[in-house]
Design a protein around this ligand. Structure first.
Ligand SMILES: [Zn+2]
Ligand SMILES: [Zn+2]
Length: 339
């Protein structure tokens, strides 16, 4: 049995889950193939690397699907592990790539020509107390991502707005917006069957990263919690997530995620009660410690997660956000204290 066969799962309604390998702790991203006559819609093809390109050639051969059989490529969000192979797939298939307008703008902001995002993120992390000696590693990590999303799709078609209907594989899906994990994230819900393609907005077993970005949503955790509340209204029989495996207990998982963030916010409030003030970098160390040390990829996500939580507390009035001169850093650093 080849590696590709072990990672292919046939689901109800003829949908196919393909576990596309990832070189980091998430292990794989789920691509989904939805049948339509002899054609297929491909959702979230994965991160671009020589290995994933070879993987897909094997997987499609196992499935008996030719490149030309893929009629459209649909992306839940712009993160490299979902978007990265879309340009390459478009080259191989000629299929249009669909994503939200916001996601397309972010892909361009992060990896387009003359991008300035990497330095904006580094500057923002400095303001949040990120140590100077770790900056070169972070810069190298950010530069490496561009390779994982190249080539970009040449032609992008913009998805309809949330609430509107979108045709995938001959079926009508309702577009579900939801901020907090990635700007412009879209999920796809089919009322007739209760199936939701939920991307990374709701994941089983792991908590989606809350993606604070400079110049983005100032309160992404607040937006994320609002999105989770709105997802409780959906009658879901099967959730097809971006990572781990499909699961039926959607609203239960949504409630667990809300509870997780409530606990994390309480944990930070308790920390703020113990010391005079914390920078996000200090909070990040206290929350994640050894799990992130020496790994710029993990450290970046932990910092975004921590800033998002600290900002939520500041927005809710539970914490005060100040900007104070820091003699060690030789600059002003944003600090949080108990309100
Ligand atoms: Zn994501
Ligand atoms: Zn992902």
């Amino acid at each position: 049995m080849t590696e590709a066969m072990e990672t292919i799962t046939r689901l109800a309604n003829g949908y196919i889950q393909v576990k596309v390998p990832l070189p980091f702790s998430l292990r794989w991203v789920n691509a989904y193939l939805l049948p339509h006559g002899g054609s297929w819609t491909l959702v979230d093809p994965g991160l671009r690397a020589a290995e994933t390109q070879a993987f897909w050639a094997d997987a499609l051969a196992e499935l008996g699907i030719a490149w030309k059989d893929i009629e459209s490529i649909v992306l839940t969000h712009y993160h490299p592990d979902h978007y990265g192979l879309s340009g390459w797939f478009q080259e191989k298939t000629g299929a249009p790539v669909y994503m939200s307008d916001v996601a397309a703008a972010y892909a361009d902001r992060l990896w387009g020509e003359n991008e300035t995002f990497s330095e904006e993120l580094i500057e923002a992390f400095r303001q949040h107390g990120y140590p100077e000696e770790l900056i070169p590693g972070m810069r190298e990590h950010l530069a490496g991502v561009k390779d994982q999303v190249s080539p970009p799709p040449r032609e992008i078609r913009i998805l309809p707005e949330p609430g509107q209907s979108f045709g995938m594989a001959g079926q009508a899906w309702k577009i579900v917006g939801g901020e907090g994990h990635a700007p412009g994230h879209r999920a796809f819900y089919r009322p007739e069957s209760g199936v939701i393609l939920c991307g990374d907005q709701v994941l089983p077993r792991i908590t989606p990263n809350i993606g604070w970005l400079p110049g983005g949503d100032p309160d992404p955790l607040g937006s994320y919690l609002a999105s989770l509340e709105s997802l409780l209204a959906y009658d879901v029989s099967l959730a097809l997530p971006g990572h781990r495996d499909p699961f039926p207990e959607f609203s239960g998982r949504v409630r667990e995620l809300i509870a997780h963030h409530d606990r994390r916010l309480k944990q930070i409030e308790d920390l703020l009660a113990e010391a005079e003030s914390y920078s996000s970098h200090e909070l990040c160390d206290a929350l994640f410690g050894a799990r992130i040390s020496g790994n710029s990829h993990n450290h970046r996500f932990a910092m975004s997660e921590t800033i998002a939580h600290a900002e939520r507390l500041a927005f809710s009035g539970a914490a005060l956000r100040t900007c104070e001169p820091d003699s060690e850093a030789g600059r002003s650093v944003i600090r949080y204290r108990k309100a």
